[in-house]
Design a protein around this ligand. Sequence first.
Ligand code: NAD
Length: 738
Amino acid sequence: MTTYTNFTVETDADGIALVTWDMPDKSMNVFTVEVMDELEAILAQTVADEAVKGVVFTSGKSSFSGGADLTMIRGMFSMLAEEKARDPASAAQKLFDVAGRMTWLFRKIETNGKPWVSAINGTCMGGAFELSLACHGRVASNSKSVKIALPEVKVGIFPGAGGTQRVSRLANAQDALQMMTTGSSLTPQRAKAMNLLHQVVEPAELVNAARQMIKDGLKPVAPWDEKGFKVPGGGVWTPAAAQLFPAAPAILRRESAGNYPGALAILKCVYEGLQLPFDTALKVEQRYFTQILQTTEAFSMIRSLFISMQELGKGARRPAGQPKTEFKKVGVVGAGFMGASIAYVTAAAGIPVILIDRDQEAADKGKAHSEKLVAEQIGKGRMTKEDGEKLLSLITPTVDYAALSDASFVVEAVFEDRNVKKAVIEAVEAVIPQTTIFASNTSTLPITGLAENSRRPDQFIGVHFFSPVEKMMLTEVILGKQSGDRAIAVALDFVAAIKKTPIVVNDTRGFYVNRCVFRYINEAYDMLIEGVPPAMIENAAKMAGMPVGPLSLNDEVAVDLSQKIMRASIADLGGASVKPQHMKLIDKMVDELDRRGRKNGKGFYDYPAKPAKKSLWPGLKELYPQKPAADVDVAVLKQRLLVTIALEAARTMEEGIVTDPREADVGSILGFGFAPYTGGTLSYIDGMGVKAFVALAEKLAATYGDHFKPTPLLKEMAEKGQTFYTRFDPYGEVGKAA
Ligand code: NAD
């Protein structure tokens, strides 16, 4: 047996070398420079060793591999930034070489002369699946935990280590494009049906089945290296392809408004590559990959959606020196809309939950929500009956606060009313141990104020969930003035335990996410009042990369909730805090027209009975004299929607509400889907350059109002040539690209 740092190689009596990938100190295998070096050495070793007849490649962990390592990617961007500063001409060439390392290593494996079989035992993503595609055989376990995907497009790039060429030479073109442009996961069965796997076998049989393929004489030649190879479906010069390829860019444009250069590059790679010999096709892919890596979109998306998201998930903001909390019991008080869901996600994480409400019926109703979700999951085959029963057994609905006497964490989600919350805080603190952390899920009440009702405000904190809790990945952890380090650590541990991504935000009205969301919705009110046709507002938002138009979003959160919040602002902050025309519009919607949003079937949209789809309420156009569509510049609408949100994010940094640009970025994408190709609110500003952003904001301010005026901080940053990531450098190493 030969042992490498990340692999072991064991050759059996039949001459089959079992290469097991098992990286020390990592929960998942990932591609690093060292891994590639060792893979190269293993290849040389197995080629040179005459006793070796073939190689079975597998993982020693429960998953196969997650793809590339984030430090390697960060390193690549640092290298690019340094090279660009030193010698721009050679920077692209260097990047081309670095980006091609995997491509040509995998090609070497494919053409080494001995058969390799990849034995896929668990999740197999990105580069790891591209490596598998370069093997001559691919076997996967028949298990729910096996997910196969080329998800690169989701972080702004594309499968650039041969993926676009091999998938499109194995699967039919439409399936290949669909898989890569969406980045979606395939089950082993689906991957086999697409011709991407040779076999799907029971997990215990995996390595044997892979060995057997070699014993059965698997040819060490890829189909495309055989004479007379034909692309499935016949290639790009067929009637079917003539239907597919001209339409594909249009479909992509409809889906993503041309905002994702990585997705378009997939179409180019496949279309051009299928007309070329394989090695030339790989080179074309390598060129496009190098080009895409240099786009602002790729840089910003990788930073926010890959690197920062992982860092925040792993506790980047967790105070040092605090021991990790194992949650033996969690309390949720208020079993309503939010509390019921918080109880579900907690139990789904294997943590026992005490679910309290005012009466047993209400508490039971809260648990019934989990019962419904579990039944649905079982019905869809996503959960076994036993797992469902176990999950439900963890939730105890009750009215008895004494059940919280050994809870390590309690979340309240009772009515949004200071007095109700005060009573609950007192009732909970009367029974919980001295060490328990109390969290409020309030969405509008300042945490510092609520903490005044607590006997130990240092153990009081906000944990702000988003609905639907089961789906939304983000949780805002809100710090009151006195919230202590232990409260932060425990809250972050809880968010991590339920597998959500946290951002840590200082106390303020609306916290971070809702402050941004209100700006988005307010801009739509302005547009409506100006007479912009409502459909143009919604479409411009989608074209700008937002998942949901602002009017549709307002319907989801409820128009009467907007009214309540606006009235509260006026009461607390004075009349100037809400534009009178906005208040008039919303009062009319709610009080006169009873258009409260999706919940009563009528808001800015009409919601007819299913299967009919929602459509914009025609009466909306009657409210204000309409501008002719030709007089409205969609490009400006797009800018207004993004800039107003980005400005609010910048204000939260300036005010010290959000302190780490990674949190502003990740929070904006996970919290309300801020145009993901930008990398988030602050990366949007950094990406165009603070100077250009300030100029754009000033231009918009001249026509559309003072809320577009750039803030003093932005002006100062523009003058000094700073970015958010250099000024508020989360790594403390200004100068290095992150
Ligand atoms: P809800 O009305 O659906 O649920 C509140 C629950 O609290 C009810 O079941 C009620 O019976 C219970 N309750 C009231 N007084 C109680 C008491 N004294 N003791 C025990 N239980 C009591 O409301 P919701 O939408 O779930 O909101 C709850 C909290 O979550 C609010 O603070 C709200 O601001 C916040 N929040 C809501 C959302 C959202 O989208 N709805 C999002 C984030 C945060």
